[in-house]
Design a protein around this ligand. Structure first.
Ligand code: NDP
Length: 426
């Protein structure tokens, strides 16, 4: 693959994009795909880069970077979330847009792949500051969006409220009634279960994997979840509803271990009040708190769900996790495990479901939201839930069958990449 690697030399300063593409290329190297086709596949169609000027509550002006990476529209409109975080870089967005393209093709739905975001960090910003930032951001972003072109959603730091604000700003800037965002508030054209979809879908896939690989279910299994945001908390609640015992959770403020089962309602309240997890012990004296989010990886559990951010599990973390002999690890976060960590799991023969499959519930329900908006209807919660379960089962079936057929049962990442590739080349 000389031509491809020569092209990639240009991106020496983009380690996330390179790591993502290189891992993909090494997984599909036996497929004998032409270099020209591969070049098209790994190259984003468009990158839109802009500055966003906004004013804080004290009248001080700030400038942030903004981007939209439209990776591929081969299978349908560009689709992928918008992220606000001071960790956002073009490199990360390019990696995520590429991964999103693979993920969307795995769902079997007619969706292309994209990702966008800004270096703006909404933490500790007032509501008015966030509104002013979004207004300025959408002035720049709106012209390249559209329900038939590019349909963004939320992501890190961008929830339903912010998405709805962006949709309203899009309408104002372009003077249109076109609906181009998904993950909107329910009273503004959002779908039931959109916010829950990624976390719920993750648990549905874990259940499916446990059934088909180990003849068991999530019921009575112990479970740890990192990140107590949209994905992590919904996954924890759904896992508990399905009979699992959630014994560890984390956020930036640290880790809680509660062998009696985490009081998730209390955790939700702590998050809503922006309180540190240290305060969990006020009500639950028997539990243990560590100020280190990574302390989570030391807790022995049957199921491990990283749901916080990229690279949250490195080689050191994975060695600790593996020493506790979990049944499986499934990524709620995008690129949650470093590639070395994934390779280690494959070598140790521990089942790992990559995010591009395991967290595809969010984009699936986004697609359902697009359909409902186009038809001007609202599906019931149970209808969305049934369809979500079907997508998750189907995605797992596709990658599992491929991995088993080609004799690498523990390399579901490789199987996911190849199944996505073959779908994209059809
Ligand atoms: P949120 O912003 O809602 O939540 C992120 C959570 O992770 C927060 O609780 C945050 O802590 C915590 N966190 C951040 N960094 C760390 C860390 N290093 N260690 C422990 N906890 C940490 O984001 P989402 O839940 O929406 O997204 C999480 C991941 O899932 C991302 O990788 C995202 O790309 C991916 N994803 C999200 C989808 C969605 O539908 N939302 C769809 C598919 C993937 P604190 O609260 O203290 O800040």
């Amino acid at each position: 693959m000389k031509k491809v690697y020569k092209y990639l030399e240009e991106f020496k300063n983009e380690p996330h994009y390179l790591a993502s593409v290189n891992a993909f290329l090494s997984g599909i190297k036996e497929e004998n795909i032409s270099e020209d086709k591969l070049l098209v596949l790994i190259t984003p169609n468009h990158i839109i880069e802009f500055d966003v000027e906004w004013t804080d509550d004290l009248g001080k002006k700030h400038t942030e970077k903004g981007w939209r990476v439209q990776h591929s529209n081969k299978l349908g409109v560009y689709k992928g979330g918008i992220r606000f975080s001071n960790t956002v870089t073009l490199d990360i967005l390019k990696a995520l847009a590429f991964e999103q393209t693979l993920k969307n093709s795995l769902t079997g739905l007619p969706l292309g792949g994209a990702k966008g975001g800004s270096t703006f960090d909404p933490t500790h910003k007032s509501e008015n500051e966030i509104k002013r930032f979004i207004k300025a951001f959408m002035e720049k972003l709106s012209p390249i969006l559209g329900s038939n072109v590019d349909v963004p959603a939320g992501d890190l730091g961008v929830g339903q409220k912010e998405v709805t604000l962006m949709q309203k700003e899009y309408e104002r800037v372009l003077n249109t009634k076109d609906i181009t965002f998904t993950s909107k508030l329910i009273n503004y054209g959002g779908s039931y279960l959109r916010s829950e979809a990624t976390g719920y879908g993750l648990c549905y896939m874990v259940n499916e994997a446990l059934k088909s690989r180990f003849g068991t279910t999530i019921k009575d299994k112990t479970l740890i979840v990192s990140g107590s945001g949209n994905v992590g908390l919904h996954a924890a609640f759904k896992a508990r509803e399905l009979g699992a015992k959630v014994i560890g959770v984390s956020d930036i403020s640290g880790t809680i271990y509660d062998d009696q089962g985490i009081d998730l309602t209390f955790i939700k309240a702590l998050k809503a009040n922006r309180e540190s997890f240290a305060n969990y012990l006020v009500k639950h004296k028997h539990a243990k708190y560590s100020p280190y989010p990574k302390a989570l990886w030391e807790i022995k559990a049957d199921i491990v769900l990283p749901c916080a951010t990229q690279d949250e599990i490195n080689t050191e973390d994975i060695a600790k996790i593996v020493s506790n002999k979990p049944l499986l690890i499934a990524e709620g976060s995008n690129l949650g495990l470093t590639l070395k960590a994934v390779e280690y799991l494959v070598k140790k023969e521990i089942l790992f479901i990559p995010g591009k499959a395991a967290n595809s519930g969010g984009v699936a329900v986004s697609y359902f939201e697009m359909l409902q908006n186009k038809e001007g209807v609202s599906w019931s919660e149970s209808e969305v839930d049934t369809r979500l379960k079907d997508v998750m089962k189907n995605v797992f079936r596709r990658i599992n069958e491929y991995a088993l057929k080609h004799n690498y049962p523990y390399d579901l990442k490789r199987a996911a990449d190849i199944v996505a590739l073959l779908t994209l080349l059809k």
